[in-house]
Design a protein around this ligand. Sequence first.
Ligand code: ADP
Ligand SMILES: Nc1ccn([C@@H]2O[C@H](COP(=O)(O)O)[C@@H](O)[C@H]2O)c(=O)n1
Length: 259
Amino acid sequence: MSTPLRIMAFPLLNARYEGPLGGLDKVPRPFLIGVAGGTASGKSTVCDKIMEQLKKSGLEHHRHVTIISQDSFYRDLTAEEHERAKKGEHNFDHPDSFDVELMRRTLVDIKAGKVMELPMYDYIAHKRTTKTTVIHCADVVLFEGILVFYFPEIRDLFNMRLFVDTDPDTRLSRRVLRDVEERGRSLEQILHQYMTLVKPAFEEFCLPTKKYADVIIPRGADNIVAVDLIVQHIQELMRPNRPGRRQRNNSDSIVGRPH
Ligand SMILES: Nc1ncnc2c1ncn2[C@@H]1O[C@H](COP(=O)(O)OP(=O)(O)O)[C@@H](O)[C@H]1O
Ligand SMILES: Nc1ccn([C@@H]2O[C@H](COP(=O)(O)O)[C@@H](O)[C@H]2O)c(=O)n1
């Protein structure tokens, strides 16, 4: 049985919700950024770069930035599915392989300022682990995964949407190296899974979601200009004394919930 998602505590006294990004005067915290793209396109690497630069850039204080992976929301496999997964024959790239409602509730809770403990995913065992990431008081949350824009109820929660667009040859070669080194796979299994399941699902489900992106990042983390511009934009939105931005006062520290 894999690790369930846990809500640790609620409400946090210093958590707050400032409403949807309706006008420039209200920027919600945490600011939720969706990062989509094909397998091994560099989503995690782009998130790491954004996080690194945002943390360095804390204006009057250090920014709290967290990265979450959509893979934490894979459905539990039956014994039969698990046997197929071991041979590279389970379709982890199909939308049905995710627990969408759990994903939605978790993101809504994060936006409401609840403290969440999310299990990390084990690609060798094909299930969630006991290792967790704790999310609380984040200024910015990056949510990355192949299908984060596929489900409208998830897509609509993002304040910013990025699509990492790396060519398929590069992605496949990176996936081969990564899956052999980190995910305990054989070359034969990786190529079989890629050709029969990953590539067709990318074309059918992931690629069409590129149109929902606010920013498309060609070449992923190599694209320093794109990453710099995105970071500058987030910094500008979150600048405390930005003209028109509502000033915080003591009453802001009381939790407000989205309706
Ligand atoms: N710009 C890059 N140059 C070289 N290798 C990269 C680059 N971006 C990612 N990688 C490597 O490719 C693999 C997949 O990258 P990752 O960021 O984990 O992709 P994703 O999260 O989209 O699956 C990793 O081994 C990573 O180190
Ligand atoms: N047990 C699993 C779970 C997922 N995958 C593959 O991972 C890919 C998504 O992760 P990225 O970091 O590459 O975005 C996805 O394409 C699944 O095929 C897996 O092989 N085994």
